[in-house]
Write a protein that binds this ligand. Sequence first.
Ligand code: ASP
Length: 439
Amino acid sequence: MEMKVVKFGGSSLADAAHFRQVASIVKADPARRCVVASAPGKRFSGDEKVTDMLYRCYEMVRTHEDISEFYAKIAARYTSIIEELGLDFDISGELDYIKNAILHHSGRDFAASRGEYLNSLILAKYLGYGFVDAESVVFFKEDGSYDEEKTNFEMGKALSSMKNAVIPGFYGIMPNGTIKTFSRGGSDVTGSIVAKAVEADLYENWTDVSGCLMADPRIVKDPLPIKSVTYRELRELSYMGASVLHEEAIFPVRNAGIPINIRNTNDPSAPGTMIVANATEYDAKHIITGVAGKKGFSVITIEKDMMNSEIGFGRKVLEALEDNDISFEHLPSGIDTMSIVIATSELEGRCEKILSNMNRRVHADSIVIDDGLALLAVVGRGMVKAKGTAARVFDAISGQGINIRMIDQGSSELSIIIGVEEGDLERAMEAIYKEFVKD
Ligand code: ASP
């Protein structure tokens, strides 16, 4: 029997009206048997997410402030959902217990996790589904890393005996019995973990947008949605700032070969975006799948005559970064020059130290750091076969009178990375989008 794991984000479960919408989506397909829920998100602009409110409660206790009034607001988010849905469900005992636990220093992660816990209890009741607490099926190891083996086993066992279930996203349990959360937005990760454990046919991730877009809608007007994208393309796009999914949510399902479908709760008939391992069966209409960009990079440029024949030169340069615990993003190099692109935030307050360390190791003719670089990634599996794509990208950019400061094309030909001045990023993105998406 077909099995789909469906995860609903905070904006999809923000109030009673959204709960109704979620229920109609779940009930529309009998394969949607495992539901992963987030905490209630914002209902309107300016509203607060329940997770943020819970973090605040925790801080208030730490600074000895009275939480009563503020906690009552959190409680009201849940009681109003229950009332408006007309559910016969008394959640006051849970709410009192949680308030007490927060007051008695139960931990920051515990406090934050209760947003998902309470929402999932209500959703399970509303759907008539079983409830499986994440603390009994999602495990972390002593060092805080996710325990995949134990989780797969225990979750697979617990869910295989159930017809259907709601599982709270975002958290699991440490070996010592304390609650630990994933990083923010981590319900996406839980959804992926559940999909893998139950060997789902599909992981549907329901959010408030109709999938991934070919460009950032704040920069390019009405960009087209992406019908299908491979896991690798998505990695490239999201690394460069296009985010629809928690970064770590890709790995569990990718390893298991389970596709992800990003869908819009507010527009359920839209097909959304399919994220798949291999997109050959999905026709790519455009040569590029998407374009994304990010500001805030610096370039260290090292020049030295005959650098290319000096054995170990690159290693010594990179060791200077390693000494300072710095990771780099790109490494375009010429015959006598080597450039290292690094997030400017990584270098803050440490430039002098790094440069002198590097110089000591390689005795360069010159080493300089330039800030204010933006990176642009033009991503597309279709670029591998299409001739002249790079030329079209560069023409589009230079046609706007924009100077290209760096080019890096991986040998996979899946993406072309271009460095421009930060102030030119938006125009460069628009130009590339227009060049490849004419309709
Ligand atoms: N509620 C958590 C957050 O706001 C996790 C999630 O929504 O995925 O980060």
